[in-house]
Design a protein around this ligand. Sequence first.
Ligand code: ZN
Length: 316
Amino acid sequence: MRPRHSDAVDGFVTAVDRGRYTCVLGDPERTVTAMRARELGRRSVVVGDRVSLVGDTSGDAGALARIVRIADRRSVLRRTADDDDTTAEGRLERVVVANADQLVIVSSLADPPPRTGFIDRCLVAAYDAGIQPLLCLTKADLSGPAAVLDYYAELDLPHLLVRPDCDLDDMRAALAGLVSVLVGHSGVGKSTLVNRLVPAADRAVGRVSAIGRGRHTSTSAVALRLPDRAGAADSAGWIIDTPGIRSFGLAHVSADSLLHGFADLAPGTADCPPNCEHTEAEPECALDAWVAAGNADQRRLASYRRLLASRAGETE
Ligand code: ZN
C-alpha cells in the first residue's frame, strides 16, 4: 500500500448500489458509505470484498469514504448474465460475490416442486468458484426429500431440511463462522428463511431486485450478519442474499469445468476420445457406457448435457 494510505482502515462490502458501496468497519463497528477511488481503475468492487478505505470513515450521516484497495479474493462466484442476451454487455460474465465460503441452494420440496436443473446449475457455479455447496430443502412439511436426495445420491452433497415450524439450529450451525451465499427461485421460501435467520434484516418477503431502477442495474446481493448464537464460541457468520439472481448463466464455464459439478460423471470421461465434447452427438463419448453400467444416474447425464447445450442461457 502506498504511504499516503497509511491511515486506511479495512472494511467488508455488504451492499452495492449505483456506484455507492456500503461497508462494515470494525472497532468500533460502524457502517460507512464509500465510493471507488480512481486508482482502482476498472476493477469491480462486489459484495463480500475486503477493502481498504480512506477519507471520512466515521460513518456519520452524509460521510463518504473512498475504497483505495481490494484485497485478494479467496473465492469468486460468477455468473453469465442470462437476463439480457441481446447485447454484448448483457452476455458479460459478472462476479456476483467475492470471498464466499459456501453456496446455499434453497429449493422447496413442493409448491413449487424441486427443479433439479436449477440445482445442477448452482452446483456447477459453486464448484467452478471453489466453494462448498449446501442443499437447503424447504417446505419439508409438504413433501419428503427422498426423490431429490436419490437424484444426488452419487454426490457427497450436504443437505438440510426446513419446515415452517422447525427451529433453525442445524442451519445456524452449518452457517457458523462462514460467509454463505443463498440462492433460490422465488416462492421457495428463501426470503422467509432470511427473515428468520436475521430478524433485524426486515427483508420484504418476495421482494425482487429492488436496488437500482432497471432490471439490469444490479444483482442486488446484500450481506447480512447473523445474530450471535447463545453459548457458541465461534462467530455466527454472514449470509449474502441474492434477490436479483434468478439463475446462473454458465457461458463462462468450459465443458470440462462444467464436469466439476458432476463428480458422479467425471470419472466416466476417462475412456472418451481426445477432445470429446461429451454431447449426445459424440458417437464415442464414454459417458453413455458409464451410465449404462450403473455408475451414475441417466438423469444426471441428461442434466449435464442440457447444461452443455444451454450454457449461454436459461432453458428450464
Ligand atoms: Zn465424452
